[in-house]
Design a protein around this ligand. Structure first.
Ligand code: CA
Ligand code: CA
Length: 362
């Protein structure tokens, strides 16, 4: 998930600056054969900083602040990754910021550099590639390390004509984040992506309130299979007659602890600070005792079963609107909307060091 500083660029007042940033993320999400998605979280009312734990994109409009980021009149923007990329190792990157130089450069929302201005879209396209850990160290077209300027968006110069990632970039995406489900960048959506109702989600997923202030597509889980995606945890209900406790994957916020009745391994993972095996579920859960359901605090309709707070089990999600034709779910997948089309680099972006291109480009 990325967040934008609501101020955008002070050169642009119609909101098209933030729109163009979104479109650059979307261009990466829409590359063929990848499941990488970026979600735009709520806009930030104050400028971000590097080290605040939030992945954000913001303009800095004064010179001294830019200097702190190492930006001079020669640097349009910089991508700051806090991941350490080690050869052969998968690294969790929990914060990437893209800082844009609003002092030395005048920005525009068009795709061209007319009057010496800097166009937002192609610059962001390039820096999102750096955000993904893709980079290149070559300095000129003659350098044999260059994959060829026709094949990558990450050139040694900004390509203001660029419309999206190029063949070498797409191959890297397919290698690192191969498509593994029926989702697409314009829907249906996969887990963690924004949705309005269940029909927006790929089959088996439902649309539920998420941890970041908007509903997201969410898988179900059970005591037999509690494998929820990263940044989700299984919240169990009561065991059924087959001895299986049904559950729903609960989306965790950035620093949120596991809620009552969810999967745990240690006490300190739980809001209750108590992780114990519970026979009504058949697994260890974040355990809270109760006399009645009103003792169980949380966003779910908890039940109090045998003195233990348990989740609701299966949930229905946000049901699809019934249309007059009686064919409820058809249109949701055919009308991509800008609002729901943006996506997610979760706080835990996984980076791999596969690229042969190296070095940080400013
Ligand atoms: Ca930040
Ligand atoms: Ca400016």
């Amino acid at each position: 998930m990325f967040q934008l500083h609501s101020a955008g660029s002070d050169d642009i007042n119609d909101g098209s600056d933030l729109q163009r940033i979104e479109e650059a993320f979307q261009a990466w999400s829409c590359a063929e054969g990848t499941n990488l998605r970026f979600i735009r979280g709520s806009d930030l009312s104050s400028q971000g900083s590097h080290g605040d734990g939030v992945t954000s994109i913001y303009w800095i409009e004064n010179e001294s602040e830019l200097a702190a980021y190492g930006l001079t009149d020669k640097n349009v923007a910089v991508t700051l990754n806090n991941a350490i990329i080690e050869t052969g190792a998968m690294v969790v990157n929990d914060e990437t910021d893209i800082v844009l130089n609003g002092f030395h450069f005048t920005w525009n929302s068009q795709g061209s550099s007319k009057d010496g201005q800097v166009p937002i879209f192609p610059v962001l396209l390039s820096h999102i590639g750096s955000m993904l850990g893709f980079s290149q160290s070559c300095e000129s077209a003659e350098d044999p390390a260059c994959p060829g300027v026709d094949n990558t968006i990450l050139k040694y110069f900004y390509d203001y004509q660029a419309q999206g990632p190029l063949s070498d970039d797409v191959l890297a995406l397919q290698d690192l984040y191969p498509a593994d489900d029926d989702s697409s960048c314009n829907g249906p959506y996969r887990h963690g992506e924004r949705c309005k109702n269940n029909c927006d989600c790929i089959s088996d997923l439902i649309c539920m309130d998420g941890a970041h202030g908007f509903p997201v597509c969410t898988p179900s889980c059970s005591s037999d299979n509690s494998n929820c995606p990263p940044s989700f945890t299984c919240l169990f209900g009561e065991k059924d007659e087959d001895d299986v406790a049904p559950g729903i994957c609960h989306q965790l916020g950035r620093v949120e602890l596991n809620p009552i009745s969810s999967y745990c391994e240690t006490n300190n993972q739980c809001t209750t600070n108590s992780c114990l095996a519970v026979s009504e579920v058949g697994r260890s859960i974040c355990r809270q005792t109760c006399d009645s359901a009103s003792d169980c605090e949380g966003q779910y309709h908890y039940q109090c079963i045998e003195g233990i707070c348990l989740g609701p089990g299966q949930l229905n999600g946000i049901s699809c609107p019934v249309e007059e034709t009686g064919c409820a779910c058809q249109s949701a997948h055919e009308t991509p909307s800008k609002q729901t089309g943006w996506f997610l680099l979760f706080a835990s972006l996984l980076l791999y060091p596969l690229m042969r291109r190296r070095g940080v480009r400013v």
